[in-house]
Design a protein around this ligand. Structure first.
Ligand SMILES: *[C@@H]1O[C@H](CO)[C@@H](O)[C@H](O)[C@H]1NC(C)=O
Ligand SMILES: *[C@@H]1O[C@H](CO)[C@@H](O)[C@H](O)[C@H]1NC(C)=O
Ligand SMILES: *[C@@H]1O[C@H](CO)[C@@H](O)[C@H](O)[C@H]1NC(C)=O
Ligand SMILES: *[C@@H]1O[C@H](CO)[C@@H](O)[C@H](O)[C@H]1NC(C)=O
Length: 449
């Protein structure tokens, strides 16, 4: 009896102590969290308020405008959900966590993607129309890649490793039949900073590589990992750093509203000469999340926290002091970090924010189409393929490929404009065929014109 009583007493004391400690811990954690939230709150308060006002305006605007928006559908049970949308060509499935970046090889045959699941997948996309797309898995040991980029000759790709915080180059090994057999690590660059990387790029002429920290440290490398130059972005925090598709310019955007553009020059025999500021893209009133180029760098699109995107004409003679011309400003529905893509011919501006994409005509800035709720979470990257036929978006586990519906509408508009002028009978026939073909295609994917 006695020992049993003691036992009960001891266990009661122990239990009470345990509960007491738990309660104390709980309050401590709550206090900590509150303090943290408050810090964030104070910083974001003003921004949030103006964002909310902006949102209200925005929703009023979008209600009054006519646009095509077809919502995607999730079908099936929660464990085997499938996403369907009439414009969806296909989904690339293979990653088991959020896809962070993707890149097409310049020969258009392969797509590389990386995810937190410690893999890089190389997809065979020679024919995007095919139903199944094979992929080759490359494991990134004890780490994962936050960026992946193909070398211009499609014989290697580079990644930026998150934990190691350095660039690695992987060489592709082909099989007898010409398909990719494997990829092996060839070079590891030295780690240069402790901050997260917000941009990795390799120039299309194969002359240099860039990496840029989330602070202001932009490094220009040669292909072997030697540093050519190091520049300060003067952006307080940098959000995005990219190389133009022509391989001549570097652009960086961030907390400061002005987007900076540099030119990288090489001597005739290929030696690195210089990197110098050439112009700024001005006009945004808040930080700039993302920038995008068209194929010949004659246009740059930007998207900002201020609730707008802008399209600049950058086909200018900056050496003679000419500034970039602002062509268009458009509004977009805000929600988290936004991304922007420009079609190769600069006809369509695509904006990704809060899991949805919106497509705008670059001739008048009007919202033409949108695809809502493509992913449950954020869209992590968005790009057109080199033909401009498809729009690719990545997010939770998958990459989704959509038809560039807005592009087809632009073709129809253009043909109709041309038909208004006096044309020869053969041209008329050709234009009418363009309209017929494009319209029948659009009808097929559920769009009435
Ligand atoms: C920049 O990277 C560092 C290192 O990972 C991180 O602690 C910090 O929060 C990042 N800053 C911003 C503004 O994202
Ligand atoms: C979209 O695709 C059509 C049809 O292939 C193409 O003609 C057009 O140029 C594309 N649009 C864009 C913006 O690239
Ligand atoms: C239209 O083109 C035809 C043949 O090229 C020509 O004979 C006619 O005068 C033109 N009409 C106008 C209004 O330009
Ligand atoms: C749409 O029009 C373009 C010509 O401007 C043509 O090249 C293309 O084949 C058409 N698309 C379809 C699906 O017919």
């Amino acid at each position: 009896m006695d020992s049993e009583g003691n036992f009960i007493e001891i266990s009661t004391i122990l239990f009470t102590t345990f509960v007491g400690v738990c309660v104390l811990l709980f309050f401590y954690i709550v206090k900590l969290l509150n303090a943290e939230n408050k810090n964030v709150d104070d910083k974001g308060k003003n921004e949030k308020r103006s964002e909310q006002i902006e949102k209200k305006k925005e929703s009023a605007i979008s209600k009054s405008k006519k646009k095509t928006s077809i919502e995607g559908r999730w079908t099936g049970r929660s464990d085997k959900q499938a996403y369907t949308h009439p414009w969806l060509l296909t989904s690339l499935k293979g990653h088991t966590s959020e896809v962070l970046d993707m890149d097409f090889s310049s020969n258009g045959k392969y797509l590389a993607s990386c995810a937190e699941d410690r893999t890089v997948l190389l997809w065979d996309v020679k024919d995007l129309q095919q139903k199944d797309h094979k992929s080759l898995r490359i494991n990134i040991e004890f780490d994962y890649a936050t960026f992946v980029k193909w070398s211009p000759d499609s014989k290697a790709f580079l990644i930026h490793k998150f934990n190691g915080n350095c660039i690695e180059v992987y060489k592709i090994e082909k099989k007898g039949d010409g398909t990719i057999g494997s990829a092996v690590k060839a070079i590891t660059f030295t780690k240069v900073c402790d901050d997260d990387i917000v941009g990795l790029g390799i120039s299309s002429n194969g002359k240099f590589i860039i990496s840029c920290s989330n602070k202001t440290d932009l490094v220009i490398w040669d292909l072997r990992g030697q540093q050519l130059a190091r520049i300060d972005t003067y952006l307080m925090n940098t959000y995005c750093a990219k190389i133009s598709l022509c391989g001549k310019y570097i652009v960086a955007s961030g907390f400061a509203p002005d987007v900076k553009v540099w030119e990288v020059t090489f001597s005739k025999n290929g030696e690195f000469q210089d990197v110098k500021r050439v112009y700024d893209l001005t006009g945004h009133t808040s930080g700039v999340y993302d920038v995008a180029f068209d194929v010949d760098s004659s246009h740059i699109a930007t998207i900002s926290k201020d609730g707008t995107w802008k399209l600049f004409d950058t086909k200018i003679d900056y050496k003679r002091g000419e500034d970039p011309h602002l062509k268009l400003t458009g509004k977009y529905k805000q929600g988290g970090v936004a991304k922007i893509a420009l079609s190769p011919n600069a006809e369509v501006v695509a904006v990704a924010s809060s899991g949805s994409i919106a497509l705008y005509s670059a001739s008048n800035g009007q919202l033409q189409h949108s695809v809502e709720k493509i992913f449950n979470g954020e869209i992590t990257s968005i790009m057109f393929d080199s033909t401009g036929k498809y729009l690719l978006v990545s997010g939770d586990k998958h990459i989704r490929i959509f038809h560039n519906v807005t592009g087809y509408c632009c073709e129809i508009e253009r043909a109709k404009e041309k038909l208004k002028q006096n044309q020869t009978a053969t041209t008329k026939d050709r234009l009418q065929k363009v309209i017929r073909d494009n319209e029948s295609f659009l009808n097929k994917v559920g769009i009435k014109v």
